[in-house]
Design a protein around this ligand. Structure first.
Ligand code: PLP
Length: 397
């Protein structure tokens, strides 16, 4: 086996929150744009017009599936870029000397890191003076505390960011209620929601209707990696992060990735078309896995109440077990799971989400995230149950 090849043997993939394979319909839809329909959508000849027509069709479809207008859809290079554009773009457009940004404590690093950077003065290069960052606490179930959010708000707040569902523990956030608090206590603030994890399972058009800015990433939906959108509702002030040819109505310059846009539209279309039955099937498999592990491995707890989390998430803690060791044994057995808080190097960092939920120390380091999706099967669940029981037993003795 070459060092880069995937290992042989049965594989059970439980990392759908990290990424999922390309849906076959997506690969088919994208193929012509990687071949003879290669035009630059900014040009004027027939190949360019063909690319532009495909790009605008993709934009229209995505807009209609997200309850937005086509002009409100900005194509980006993925969820991270969309989150960065929302944070820096709104802060930079704000006229205030020292605008405040408010985030929930469990936001993804793609929101927290730019928010911290802006608060640390890095925003200055983007035409900002130092912003002030306020972090709204979550409760023990991993849901934003609306009272804490309210305390962070005021007339100086330019942006509030509350994710639609958390990537680690899977908790769905009460965005409509949070929006009502924001409109009341910080009427001048823009509300951003990161819907990257929610999109495969929830109706984003409805669930994120109250947000001014909405982040989505194609690869979590069975689309290509490196493509995302930021929905920017009309009237929301935003300055670009990337300057150049003025594409995307001056909001994101750069030659369009037409194949990526077409792939994202196809992924969202398929995902929306199958969402209900996929959600129900995935939830049933997840329940079998979580219930099986809870009942057969003493000292196992679920990090968040099942009724509050996405259908594909099972985030469990195995008392006395080190997550890194458990993940290695699971990997050897062909089960791909994760700690949910890895950084780019693959090293597992202490989870800011668990810390915010009041779970600390060894307890937090015993957590494993199993995330299921469209390709999950009963056989995967059987493999994970057997492998996890064996691995935990081995580690405990
Ligand atoms: N936001 C959330 C909640 C995520 O889970 C992720 C990816 O894991 C991102 C943003 C980043 O998206 P991308 O991988 O497209 O940059």
């Amino acid at each position: 086996m070459s060092p880069t090849a995937a290992p042989a043997g049965p594989l059970a993939y439980f990392d759908h929150a990290a990424t999922v394979p390309l849906r076959p319909e997506v690969a088919l839809a994208m193929a012509p744009f990687a071949a003879d329909r290669f035009g630059n959508a900014s040009g004027s000849h027939r190949l360019a017009r063909d690319a532009r027509a495909a790009l605008e069709d993709a934009r229209e479809e995505i807009a209609s599936l997200l309850g937005a207008r086509p002009a409100e859809v900005v194509f980006t290079g993925g969820g991270t870029e969309s989150d960065n554009l929302a944070v820096f773009g709104v802060l930079a457009a704000c006229e205030r000397q020292r605008p405040a940004i408010v985030c929930s404590a469990i936001e993804h690093a793609a929101v927290l890191a730019p928010a911290r950077a802006a608060a640390g003065g890095a925003g200055r290069v983007r035409g900002l003076d130092r912003a002030e960052l306020r972090v709204a606490a979550v409760d023990r179930t991993g849901v934003i505390d609306l009272g804490a959010l309210e305390e962070c708000l005021g007339d100086d707040v330019a942006l509030v960011s509350v994710m639609l569902a958390n990537n680690e523990v899977g908790t769905v956030q009460p965005l409509a209620e949070a929006a009502a608090v924001v409109r009341r206590r910080a009427p001048g603030a823009a509300l951003h929601t990161d819907a990257v994890q929610a999109a495969p399972f929830l109706d984003v058009a409805r669930a994120a209707a109250a947000a001014d800015l909405v982040t989505l990433s194609a690869h979590k939906l069975g689309g290509p990696k490196g493509t995302g959108v930021l929905v920017v509702r009309e009237g929301t002030p935003l300055r670009p992060l990337v300057f150049g040819g003025g594409q995307e109505r001056e909001r994101r310059s750069g030659t369009h990735d037409v194949a990526g846009a077409v792939g994202m539209a196809a992924a969202l279309r398929e995902s929306v078309a199958h969402r209900q039955e996929e959600g129900a099937r995935v939830a049933a498999l997840r329940d079998r896995l979580a219930d099986g592990l809870l009942s057969s491995i003493p000292g196992t707890v679920e990090s968040a109440p099942r009724e509050l989390v996405l259908p594909g998430h099972a985030h469990l803690r195995f008392a006395g077990v080190e997550q890194e060791e458990l993940l290695v044994l699971l990997d050897e057995a062909g089960v791909c799971a994760s700690a949910g808080s890895a950084c780019a190097s693959g090293a597992i960092e202490p989870s800011h989400v668990l810390l915010a939920m009041g779970v600390g120390g060894r307890d937090a380091r015993s957590a494993v995230r199993f995330t299921l999706g469209a390709t999950s099967s009963e056989l995967d669940v059987q493999l994970a149950l057997t492998a996890t029981r064996a691995a935990v037993e081995r580690l405990r003795h």
